[in-house]
Design a protein around this ligand. Structure first.
Ligand SMILES: Nc1ncnc2c1ncn2[C@@H]1O[C@H](COP(=O)(O)OP(=O)(O)OP(=O)(O)O)[C@@H](O)[C@H]1O
Ligand SMILES: [Mg+2]
Length: 345
């Protein structure tokens, strides 16, 4: 028998590039005594949206800054489209764009002025820069605000302008560091639409977020990070099924009925029920059973009612990042580092 030639080497035309957009191996960054990034392995296939989900201080921004060549790793390796972020930083820079967690456009300039200025810096001729600015402002719903100074923009408008600025030169890889933190639901939806449009143009997106829902809506795969380490990785479906299909939050009229409510919920949902610090509140995770989460939740509510438990408030939601953490790590998301960080900044 002859040894086979390496068939996979000859990829068919139109097949997704075999070189990942990002590949890291045991990536490390320390600040003094803090291991901000503590051995992260990631593989982000080209043409996809990858979500990095984690609480304050998890190491999201530090990871992104190393991948974008803004920060030198202390250990391990990272490649962007096959180029090493340290030794081939120029090649990496020519293919990536970063929209930072903290906005970078000039407050005193108008939307148009900001984009034209950046376009000129990127080498566009004046007319082409104006044209590109106008079409991006239109695509991002900012035409009416085009001639207004950015300091008079709302948070959502600013974030959209930021993303517009970062795709002036359609990058192959776009980093979005918490693009919707602090935005209202409507602005958040607009940013999500923009991300989808960018991806439809073939750009790979690495997005960091503290919202499971956001990663779920946008990302093909998600890495959950905690204290500089990847603690879970997979598709949103895989992640959620390890965490449950949703969470039921109940508030009772009378705290003396809480024990009874706990028993009814535990039986109806076949799951463990948590008693909250608030003496009238309970939370139960819905696991992926045969019935949809909404069906299970309404059955649970009906059974509470039938048992004579008076319910003041009942809601069904996606598991929060806190619940994901609790399920994955057995401890709540640790945000104690936030204080350190604020001091560091
Ligand atoms: N320049 C710095 N000097 C010292 N410590 C830093 C520095 N940058 C980050 N850190 C520390 O590294 C850890 C990770 O920070 P990082 O900013 O990467 O977290 P994050 O996941 O982006 O958090 P957030 O959601 O708050 O943006 C934190 O403990 C932070 O205090
Ligand atoms: Mg950050």
């Amino acid at each position: 028998m002859t040894t086979s030639t390496h068939q996979e080497g000859a990829t068919a035309a139109g097949e997704r590039s075999a070189v990942p957009a990002i590949e890291t191996s045991r990536l490390v960054k320390t600040f003094g005594g803090t291991r901000a990034v503590d051995g992260i392995d990631l593989v982000v296939p080209a043409g996809t949206v990858y979500g990095v989900l984690g609480p304050n201080g998890a190491g999201k921004t530090t990871t992104v800054r190393m991948l974008a060549t803004l920060l030198r790793p202390d250990g391990g390796t990272a490649r962007v489209f096959g180029h090493d972020v340290v030794r081939e930083a120029d090649a990496v820079r020519s293919r990536v764009s970063l929209t930072g967690q903290y906005a970078s456009v000039d407050e005193d300039l108008t939307g148009t002025e900001n984009l034209v200025l950046l376009g000129r810096l990127l080498g566009y001729r004046k007319a082409a820069a104006r044209e590109r600015a106008a079409s991006l402002l239109e695509a991002f719903g900012l035409t009416e605000a085009a001639d207004r100074q950015v300091k008079h923009y709302s948070g959502g408008m600013r974030r959209r302008l930021d993303i517009a600025a970062s795709i002036l030169n359609t990058p192959d890889l776009l980093f979005l560091d918490e693009p919707t933190t602090g935005l209202d639901p409507r602005s958040r939806n607009q940013v999500w639409d923009i991300v989808r449009a960018v991806v439809a143009h073939g750009t790979t997106v690495l997005l960091t977020t503290q919202y499971l829902e956001e990663a779920d809506r946008l990302a093909d795969r998600i890495a959950v990070i905690d204290r500089g380490k990847v603690i879970a990785e997979g598709t949103p479906g895989e992640l959620k099924s390890s965490v449950g299909a949703g969470s039921v939050h109940v508030r009772l009229r009378d705290r003396r009925q809480r024990e009874q409510a706990r028993r009814v919920l535990a039986r109806a949902l076949e799951t463990e029920v948590q008693l909250e610090a608030d003496p009238v509140a309970l939370t139960a995770r819905i696991m992926n059973g045969d019935a949809r989460a909404s069906v299970q939740a309404s059955r649970a509510l009906a059974e509470l009612d039938a048992a004579g438990v008076v319910v003041d408030d009942f809601s069904l939601g996606q598991p929060s990042l806190d619940e994901v953490f609790l399920a994955l790590t057995g401890h709540p998301a640790d945000t104690a580092e936030q204080t350190d960080k604020e001091v560091a900044e």
